[in-house]
Write a protein that binds this ligand. Sequence first.
Ligand SMILES: *[C@@H]1O[C@H](CO)[C@@H](O)[C@H](O)[C@H]1NC(C)=O
Ligand SMILES: *[C@@H]1O[C@H](CO)[C@@H](O)[C@H](O)[C@H]1NC(C)=O
Ligand SMILES: *[C@@H]1O[C@H](CO)[C@@H](O)[C@H](O)[C@H]1NC(C)=O
Length: 370
Amino acid sequence: EMIRYWGYPIETHDVITADGYILNLFRIPHGRASGANSSCYRPAILLVHGLGVSSPEWLMNPPESSPAYIFADTGFDVFLMNHRGSTYSKRHMTLMPWDNKYWQFTVDELAKYDAPAVIDKVLALTGQHATYWVGNSQGTLTGFMALADTPAYNSKVKALIQVGPVGSSYYSKGIFEFLIHGVYKYLKPIADFYRVAFGAHEISQGIPLLFRPLIKLCLIIPLGREVCESVVHLSFGPVAPTFNTSRVGVYLSHAPSGTSTWNILHLAQNGLHRRVEHMDHNPLENLQRYGQETPTPYNYSNIVAPVYLFWGPNDWGTTQDDVEKYLLKELRNEVGSFEVPGYNHLDFMLATDNADKVWNPIVEIVRNLE
Ligand SMILES: *[C@@H]1O[C@H](CO)[C@@H](O)[C@H](O)[C@H]1NC(C)=O
Ligand SMILES: *[C@@H]1O[C@H](CO)[C@@H](O)[C@H](O)[C@H]1NC(C)=O
Ligand SMILES: *[C@@H]1O[C@H](CO)[C@@H](O)[C@H](O)[C@H]1NC(C)=O
């Protein structure tokens, strides 16, 4: 509805993963001005959303400051994936979303099953031999993990373009730092007991119901606005002055989107262990999955597709330290590293000057690669 509202064409496609999940893949095959000239070559570009959101994160603003529309209008064939468990991808061949088994996944499965299935679908639909991968936050992590663990896909990805790139999360600041180093570290035995005794669950499906009245409180009670802004600041860093406060209602009608409790535990595990590794299930299951009792790391030396990182010095979720002390050390091939001054974790998507600071430079990079 949003994509049609702004006058863009939209297709939806089902993608079935090797483990039976049915993902919804949206496609904006061309921009507003360019018309449906099918003889015109448009490079495929796959946009991979972050944690707790889904594909609408790429089109939250009017077309001038929404990456999905910017890419469509500059000549791309735009694909928006939706990871398993998020708002638009809640189907499975045999499992139902109220089934505990449905939620037994982490970024491991997003990288091992969702990423290859979606890439292959994009290539089948376009007839192209490779696509650009543009990730945001968790979508950067799954891109790295997929190419590290399934190296054959390096030849199907023309470049990993990573916006708000996730390293190990060890260097997160504020609320995420507290959750990893102040909570998860001490409650890990309880988390392990939960996993073994109760399995996996969806988180954040019910949160919007709770969330919206809370946000309303922000606007009504004295000091409410200051308190809410502090929560955003402590989670994602100080927002840029070009953040459009009057649009917060639109943003919150699409977030949070669902994921699994196990996924959160896996991300916290990476942060605590200061490296990107597979999920620590239990010694017996680890032995079956990884051939040893402890979880194995992802080998980022296997990533040979070109990598471009766009990161913000004000970002408290995926920090400058995480880029400089982790990612740039792990990645073997040459990496383009671009600082986006004044941006926090949300500004890449939401700040109204993001076209100049992030998306047009990416269009330029791709033009040069093409
Ligand atoms: C369609 O694109 C091709 C290749 O770019 C061009 O030669 C042709 O003139 C275009 N047709 C129309 C109707 O714009
Ligand atoms: C800010 O948000 C308002 C409300 O959605 C919208 O009308 C306006 O166009 C936005 N401004 C910019 C610069 O995007
Ligand atoms: C990681 O991958 C690189 C390149 O493919 C390889 O040379 C190296 O032995 C691997 N490291 C481990 C620990 O498997």
